[in-house]
Ligand binder design. Structure first.
Ligand code: ZN
Ligand code: FE
Length: 254
């Protein structure tokens, strides 16, 4: 029994994830940015998805829904809080709900900040966290709809997961995130080491995902807004919500 995860690159820098429960053969697609590259992999593997999971309503995460549903008749699951913004959902979920992929159980966290209704889904058996555009490797999503308070509390929920959790996020933004992280936290040894590995992988055209959550807890500045030294270094007060807001703003202008 295991959860297989297959990454598919789509659009310019999106990642779509195919999940397969090896016990039952049930397949799910997370955030199909566009149909064609996803379907190519499904056909090659002879996988027929029965579920699509959307983390949030943005076009680069739901763009493949319609065509995949038309071809495979899959059920569409997404955030209850975005019911009117994602067409065609069969099931809506909120905090504490479960999404079943065969025998694998995904735990739903409401993680607003990037969008109002954004969800993240954690599969304990596969130690896999699908965080959409809430938490990126060494970064976090832009704060389009939420407040710093909401976003920080969302990140705290994800930070509470075990260190060996694998973070699967919605975009390959890691290298530029690392550059920003180093600008606010230049002496962080874990960050420096990760950054070198990331540059090496990108120079070979390899993905930097998944990232280990234990590393993110030490090196991702957005997960460290309650670190007093980092807060002082970025010119924020020691209130983590304020520090998060300042770090987010610095990144927006980086
Ligand atoms: Zn988005
Ligand atoms: Fe996105």
């Amino acid at each position: 029994m295991a959860l297989e995860v297959e990454m598919v690159s789509a659009l310019s820098d999106n990642y779509v994830y195919l999940l397969r429960d090896t016990e039952t053969g049930v397949v799910a697609v997370i955030d199909p940015a566009e149909p064609d590259p996803v379907d190519k992999v499904l056909v090659a593997k002879q996988w027929k998805p029965s579920i699509i999971i959307n983390t949030h309503h943005h076009g680069d995460h739901i763009g493949g829904n319609e065509a995949l549903i038309a071809k495979y008749g899959c059920q569409l699951v997404g955030p209850k809080a975005e019911t009117h913004r994602i067409p065609g959902m069969n099931q809506t979920v909120s905090e504490g709900d479960q999404i079943k992929v065969g025998s694998q159980i995904g735990k739903v966290f409401e993680t607003p900040g990037h969008t109002k209704g954004h969800i993240s889904v954690y599969f304990p058996e596969g130690a896999a966290l699908f965080a959409g555009d809430t938490l990126f490797a060494l970064g976090c999503g832009r704060m389009f709809e939420g407040t710093p308070q909401e976003f920080w509390h969302s990140l705290l929920k994800l930070r509470a997961l075990p260190d060996d959790t694998l973070l699967y996020c919605g975009h390959e933004y890691t290298q530029s995130n690392a550059r920003f992280a180093l600008s606010v936290d230049p002496s962080n040894q874990t960050l420096l080491t990760l950054s070198e590995k990331i540059d090496e992988r990108r120079s070979k055209g390899l993905p930097t995902i998944p990232s280990r959550l234990g590393d993110e807890k030490i090196a991702n500045p957005f997960l460290r807004a309650d670190d007093k030294k980092l807060a002082v270094d970025v010119g924020a007060s020691e209130d983590p919500i304020h520090a998060f807001a300042v770090i987010r703003q610095l990144k927006d202008n980086f």
